[in-house]
Unconditional design. Structure first.
Length: 237
């Protein structure tokens, strides 16, 4: 499936149309941003690494019964996906306190949570993606009850699948962000699942293997992303 006209450039990816109106090409970039786009940079090979890592996770989820927009990997940096009507609600699932949860609730980073926490954020760059709850979602007509139930159930199921899988690869899944959209009336997982959108910690050393290395200037960013891919695929990707 050839990519056709360029449709959209985001912070991490470019989107192209294809000959099939139901399908898009997502091209992953090396560009990195943090803090609502205030910090900008490039991470060598990130486009390739995130495309491969996301492709791997979408296939893993499909094999466990969680459908997504993913159709197939097209090249090192591109994947073919179903075109979604993106729902403006991002979910974050957390297993361990870090980032904004640590700041908001005064929990030391690394504090285990006694059960997973599911949060909703309003997908609106101009507002800085504020946290919202079910009442806001229904009041703003961002999703209906059936759609939100599916989003919540899928998010928690994805957490179970990915946490368990990654634990076997000596990686702790601390937290992650997901996006969903509508495809022919059905709610499907979209966007990406990568070290840009998840916190991964090495199970032995606690070392960060995700975008916090970029956010906090820890160095070794692309090496950490490459290590995630290596552990997932056993070096066979
Ligand atoms: P941003 O727009 O936040 O800067 P990206 O650079 O990651 O983010 O761009 C990807 C954009 O494409 C996001 O807005 C995301 O919601 C959207 N998107 C992801 N998957 C799909 C899909 N299957 N169909 C339509 N849009 C999608
Ligand atoms: N996240 C994301 N995109 C966002 C906000 C958060 O992918 O716009 C991910 C982030 O990488 C982390 C999780 O969601 O894995 C929780 O992020 P948090 O709310 O702690 O915010 P942060 O401290 O990263 O700003």
């Amino acid at each position: 499936m050839e990519k056709q006209q360029f449709l959209y450039e985001g912070k991490a990816k470019r989107i192209y149309a294809t000959a099939d109106p139901d399908l898009l090409v997502v091209a992953y970039k090396d560009d990195a941003t943090a803090f609502d786009g205030k910090k900008k940079g490039q991470i060598e090979r990130k486009g390739m690494l995130n495309n491969r890592i996301s492709s791997f996770f979408f296939q893993l989820l499909a094999s466990r019964g969680v459908d997504s927009h993913f159709v197939r990997q097209l090249s090192d940096t591109e994947m073919l996906v179903k075109k979604l009507d993106i729902i403006k609600v991002e979910t974050v699932v957390r297993n361990i306190a870090a980032g904004s949860l640590s700041r908001r609730l005064g929990l030391a980073e690394g504090t285990p949570l006694s059960r997973p926490v599911l949060e909703y954020y309003y997908k609106d760059d101009a507002l800085g993606d504020p946290m919202i709850n079910e009442y806001h979602i229904y009041a703003l007509n961002l999703a209906d009850r059936g759609q939100l139930l599916k989003i919540a159930e899928d998010s928690l199921r994805i957490n179970e699948i990915l946490s368990g899988y990654l634990r076997g690869k000596n990686i702790i899944l601390v937290d992650f962000k997901l996006e969903f959209g509508l495809f022919k009336g059905e709610v499907l997982l979209g966007d990406e699942i990568s070290p840009d959108t998840c916190r991964f910690w090495d199970a032995e050393t606690g070392e960060k293997m995700d975008k916090d290395r970029f956010r906090r200037d820890l160095g070794g960013v692309s090496e950490a992303y490459a290590e995630v891919l290596d552990r997932l695929t056993g070096g066979k990707s």
